[in-house]
Design a protein around this ligand. Structure first.
Ligand SMILES: [Zn+2]
Length: 205
């Protein structure tokens, strides 16, 4: 991905011929201990886009995920607002504020951004640029309770797809939700059935 451009580009996939895809998991609301163990067992690279409002009750859960060596931490704003509805100054404070928190809390320097709800405008790109964020990551398929919601009509993965999932489960989302590790088992099965493997997004951007 060419990030040597004037404003950080919005990307939804990585150009490649290989049957690889990229798992991104957003927000941080559900904190399932069994998922932590699953990450260690499955050894699947995951990019976590974390918003402070969802993780502030337990920063340590994400420290533990980071410490597995399979999960990286990237920027998803402080309060998860719909960015284009905010002024440029408020967008900047959402991005900068979260960047500073992540640097301080996790001693890591995020360089990717995901906009809440995927919504961006030029001020979002400017705010990312000012924080040295190189790309804004959109997605080509999003994973819901009942499976993937595909952008592609044939409901198939394509090489280089960026996949969106969330930290969700019964504690954060209420009874009726499977545990996070059960949701992810389902996701892994679908990806495997289609003959794909996971790669690390940060190795390509
Ligand atoms: Zn989000």
């Amino acid at each position: 991905v060419n990030t040597n451009v004037d404003l950080p580009p919005v990307i939804s996939h990585i150009p490649t011929d290989q049957k690889i895809c990229f798992l991104t998991i957003d927000d941080g609301a559900e904190k399932d201990p069994a998922f932590l163990q699953m990450v260690k067992d499955f050894r699947i690279p995951i990019t976590m886009f974390l918003a402070d409002i969802f993780i502030q009750d337990d920063y340590n859960y994400f420290t533990q995920l980071r410490d597995t060596g399979y999960c990286t931490i990237q920027n998803h704003t402080l309060h998860h607002p719909d960015m284009p509805t905010l002024s440029a100054a408020r967008q900047l404070s959402e991005v900068t504020g979260q960047q500073q928190k992540l640097v301080k809390t996790y001693n890591t320097h995020p360089y990717l951004f995901r906009a809440p709800f995927g919504n961006t405008n030029k001020a979002t790109q400017e705010a990312c640029k000012q924080n040295s964020l190189k790309a804004i990551c959109y997605w080509r398929a999003s994973f819901q309770k009942q499976g993937f919601q595909w952008q592609a009509a044939d409901k198939k993965l394509r090489p280089g797809d960026i996949l969106l999932a969330h930290f969700r489960g019964p504690k954060a989302n209420g009874k009726g939700w499977p545990e996070m590790h059960e949701l992810m088992t389902n996701l892994f099965r679908i990806v495997q059935q289609q003959g794909y493997t996971f790669a690390r997004l940060e190795d390509y951007v």
